[in-house]
Ligand binder design. Structure first.
Ligand code: FAD
Length: 494
């Protein structure tokens, strides 16, 4: 988002990403674009307002990728929080999004709640509340789309390019050293912004002689994905977990159900986060308590994933109490190092505000006036775009549809039983900077997440993409090997 804002302001911008756009924590999230209802309990009204403003902005600027999602809060007589308190909280939540586009919350009777969720535990059910937030079905594509729009504004965007160190002169950072399949190089620039999310402390660790305290506390969260919940609800459920009162979501997602999440402090490498048996058992148990007829078992889980929340550093043991806010760190002020800013903390939802705040710092530090005004990107017309294409490709959908029509056979399924077409695989490789099968199956088409996914899809994608990318047989085999390794590291049990 920062690259998009900065290139939009006319600044010469280069974005380097060591894996692929959206491959980091963004791809491991609950995939919600939300105000954060529960932050109200902690009186973080400012953060909620900001998040709600960003929710509206993302909804407007990334139609299809960000869509409204109905939620239901079932209330039981035994709950510690009375229903009037929830009603008041939801009313405030709605009010804070002044002029927002989503419907207001409403109280629903136990019968209406059970109509929505036939399998819900009905013992002691007092009522339900329906309210709206948003879902980003593919935050991976949200990140990609932001990068592509940055490129359209003149930025240079490079995935599979790692910043391996800094170019330093005295106490000034003058660029970064980079490494990619084409070798190593140096990028010299007036200002470096470390926007590496959960990796910011590791990246700073590459500055010679840098010994400041870490900026983040990493808190791991696991999700499981299951094919069915009794009654196949279309609303999402939001509940406090019975065992530990943590927020707990069951969300309809691409015809499946996404269930999460857990919270545990993590001090390891965010490249290596994996769901534990204990996390999975917790999520299964909580779901079965709320939907007794679900009878989810470990074998029902299609796959699970885990990621590290990059939260601002805190010494509290209460992980829920750690701020979900963000901070721009100017290392000249904090550590006497010029030419370097770090973006610490933040949420997927607040990425637009965080980007704009950082851009203001950048402009001030560079002492330049933006060459052109930062105009909001007009949303494209999504008229006539099939729902599946709209949900995955968002603003890129009209371009994809034109591409599919340009040549015979592009609109045919990649493999029988697969909704993704050959043309989508080609589009990813030709127009969307995909260069590995993981880029294509996990972060462009999302095929790897489908309920009916088969490994044969990957083999066919290797043939189609390989022809375009000029891969010989050996290159196709090694691409497949790399993909299966990445898949097993990304989605447990896939
Ligand atoms: C379990 C969980 C649930 C969440 N749910 C939500 C939610 O529902 N809604 C919400 O708003 N937020 C949610 N979040 C938070 C949200 O996902 C993150 O705050 C957000 O995705 C961070 O975006 P980012 O771009 O800063 O980080 P990332 O997406 O992690 O991007 C940082 C990138 O930097 C790259 N990188 C690292 N080191 C280097 C290097 N040396 N050189 C080049 N590139 C490098 C990485 O590969 C990575 O792709 C959740 C987080 C977790 C873990």
């Amino acid at each position: 988002m920062l690259a998009r804002a900065s290139a939009g302001a006319g600044l010469r911008t280069v974005l380097v990403e060591k894996r692929d756009f959206g491959a980091g924590v963004t791809s491991r999230s609950t995939r919600l674009v939300h105000g954060g209802l529960r932050y109200l309990e902690r009186l973080q009204v400012g953060l909620v307002r900001e998040s709600l403003r960003d929710r509206e902005r993302l909804l407007r600027e990334f139609p299809g990728i960000v869509e409204p999602q109905a939620f239901c809060l079932p209330v039981y007589r035994s709950d510690s929080r009375p229903s009037w308190q929830l009603r008041a909280g939801l009313a405030l939540y709605h009010l804070l999004c002044l002029g927002g586009s989503l419907p207001p919350p409403r109280r629903i009777t136990p019968a209406e709640t059970l109509d929505l969720f036939p399998g819900l535990d009905r013992r002691g059910l007092e009522c339900g509340f329906e309210y709206f937030d948003c879902q980003a079905t593919y935050p991976e594509r949200l990140a990609l789309e932001a990068a592509m729009q940055a490129a359209e504004c003149g930025a240079e965007i490079r995935n599979h390019t790692c910043a391996t160190g800094f170019v330093v002169s005295g106490s000034r950072v003058e660029g970064v050293r980079i490494e990619s399949s084409s070798g190593t190089d140096e990028l010299r620039c007036a200002l470096v912004v470390n926007a590496s999310g959960a990796w910011v402390d590791r990246v700073l660790g590459r500055l010679p002689g840098f010994h400041a305290d870490s900026l983040l506390s990493l808190v791991n969260g696991t999700h499981i994905v299951v094919p069915g919940i009794p009654g196949s609800p279309r609303s999402a459920v939001y509940r406090e977990a019975r065992s530990d009162k943590r927020p707990f979501f069951i969300i309809p997602w691409r015809g499946l159900y996404l269930i999460g999440t857990t919270e545990s402090l993590f001090t390891g490498n965010p490249d290596r986060t994996a769901p534990t048996d204990c996390d999975i058992a917790y999520l299964i148990d909580e779901t079965n308590q709320l939907f007794p007829s679900a009878r989810i078992r470990p074998e029902s889980v299609l796959y699970a994933y885990c990621g590290s929340r990059p939260l601002l550093r805190s010494s509290t043991g209460n992980l829920q109490a750690i701020s979900r806010g963000h901070q721009v760190v100017d290392h000249e002020r904090t550590d006497g190092i010029q030419g370097l800013l770090t973006m610490a903390g933040g949420k997927l939802t607040t990425a637009p505000t965080f980007a704009n705040e950082t851009l203001r710092y950048v402009i001030r530090k560079l002492g330049v006036a933006p060459a052109r005004p930062v105009a909001p990107i007009p949303p494209p017309s999504m008229d006539g775009v099939p729902p599946r294409i709209a949900r995955i490709y968002g603003p890129r959908a009209p371009e994809l549809l034109r591409y599919l029509q340009q040549s015979h056979g592009r609109d045919l399924p990649l493999v029988e039983g697969c909704e993704t077409t050959c043309g989508e695989v080609l589009f990813a490789a030709e127009r969307e900077k995909a260069s590995t099968l993981g880029d294509i199956l996990l972060r462009r088409t999302g095929m790897a997440f489908d309920a009916s996914y088969q490994s044969s899809w990957a083999r066919e994608a290797a043939e189609v993409a390989g022809t375009h990318l000029g891969w010989d047989r050996q290159r196709r085999d090694s691409a497949l090997e790399g993909y299966f390794k990445e898949l097993s590291e990304t989605l447990r049990d896939r």
